[in-house]
Every structure is written in C-alpha cells, then in structure tokens.
Design a protein. Structure first.
Ligand SMILES: C[S@@+](CC[C@H](N)C(=O)[O-])C[C@H]1O[C@@H](n2cnc3c(N)ncnc32)[C@H](O)[C@@H]1O
Length: 209
C-alpha cells in the first residue's frame, strides 16, 4: 500500500504511528465543520450523550462544554482512538462526566433507551450498512431522543468521490440516502441543512413519530 493511501485510510480505523498523526489532524481539521454542525443543536439541558466514532475525542470535549450538566460517552472501535480520546478528555473522565469505550456501532453494548442525544461526526462513511447501524443507534436513544449526523461530504462533492476510490470500505451518502435509512430505522422527524458554501451536511433525526 502506498504511503498516501495508507495515511488517508487511517480515517477508517486509526492505528499505529500514522493513525496517531491522523487523529491529531482530525481533531483540528474537523473542528470548524463539527462546530457548524453543533450550532444546529438546541441548548436545552441534556443528561446523557453518546458520540459514536469519536476519533480523537475533540467533539466529545465540545459536547461536554456545550452541555455542562451532561455526561458524554465516547465510543470508537479503534483502540487507538479510544486511547487518544481518553487522553484528550482526561479531566472530564476524572470528574465522572465522560467515559470513553471501545465499541462497534453495528452492535452497541449500551443501555437501551438510555441516551438523549447521539452524534456521529465524519464517521458514517465507514459503518457497515446504514440502516442496521441506525437501528442500533435508535435502540440506545430514549424515545424522542435525537441523532445528529455531520458530514464533510454531501455525497456529490468531487473530493469525497476521489477518497471513496482510495479508501477501502468508504462510502459517501446524499442527504436523501441518509434520510431513507433513518426512516427505515425508526426515526420520525428529520431536519437537514447544507452549508452555504461547502459540501457539509447536518442531519438531525428524532426517534419515534
Ligand atoms: C474520520 S474519523 C472521525 C473521527 C471524529 N468523529 C472526528 O470528527 O474527528 C472516523 C472514526 O470513526 C470510527 N469508526 C468507523 N467505523 C466505526 C464503527 N463501525 N464503530 C465505531 N467506530 C467506527 C473510526 O475508528 C474513526 O475513529
């Protein structure tokens, strides 16, 4: 595998030295997009939040700042992401406000009906089947709980089409494809937004009617 392919493929499941570099790059490189996505969230008090595919944990940290009375559980199937996200959020972990766990979204070993909000930043491209994974997310959300997806790609932009060809197992989605999978997984009300000048999308779906 060429170095470039090896490096960009670290987005799928970071590991080793290149994975560590990629995680640092994602924490800073995704910040503007993630913050734009989070602006769509209401500021009402939430108690339990899960960030799935947490990578280096920067977004979990921002959720902790936005929701000062909430506990944030950050999940990733990469042991390196778990290690890095735990280091990033070590103070919140010590305060009992954050937990970082290894887990795969396709089979979430978490409390059913336990979470007010689930977030997924730049990660659904790698999930093994949207509908099945969204069904898992719905399972752990409280009735009426929200699931927010934030992607740098709207499924049509040239850059992501290029990366899809390079990174094995990556698949980009349009808003329509995401909406269809969410509805099939038991989500009702869905709101979407497209950034005015970039191919960024935010999709927020409510569990139930
Ligand atoms: C491109 S990174 C994004 C990381 C972070 N959310 C961000 O915005 O910087 C994708 C992350 O999703 C994780 N991931 C991919 N598939 C996953 C799965 N099936 N279950 C849990 N995590 C997954 C990867 O290990 C990686 O850390």
């Amino acid at each position: 595998m060429g170095l470039f392919k090896n490096y960009v493929s670290q987005t799928r499941k970071p590991e080793g030295f290149l994975g560590k570099m990629m995680i640092k790059g994602m924490n800073s490189g995704h910040a503007k997009m993630a913050d734009w996505g989070m602006e769509h969230l209401k500021t009402e008090a939430l108690s339990e939040i899960i960030d799935i595919g947490c990578g280096g944990g920067r977004n979990a940290g921002e959720l902790l700042r936005k929701y000062p009375s909430a506990k944030v559980t950050a999940i990733d199937y990469s042991p390196l992401s778990v290690e890095q996200a735990a280091a990033y959020n070590k103070d919140a972990i010590a305060q009992g406000r954050c937990a970082v766990q290894q887990g795969d979204v396709s089979s979430l070993a978490l409390e059913e009906n336990g979470y007010d909000l689930a977030t997924a930043f730049e990660t659904i491209y790698f999930w093994p089947g949207l509908e099945q994974c969204f069904t898992e997310v719905a399972k752990v959300l409280k009735p009426g709980g929200y699931f927010m997806i934030v992607n740098e790609s709207d499924g049509l932009d040239a850059a992501s089409q290029k990366f899809e060809k390079i990174i094995d197992g990556m698949k980009t989605y349009t808003v329509d494809q995401i909406e269809a999978a969410l509805r099939a997984a038991g989500f009702g009300k869905i709101k979407t937004d497209h950034h005015k000048s970039k191919p960024w999308i935010t999709v927020i779906a409510r569990k139930g009617e």
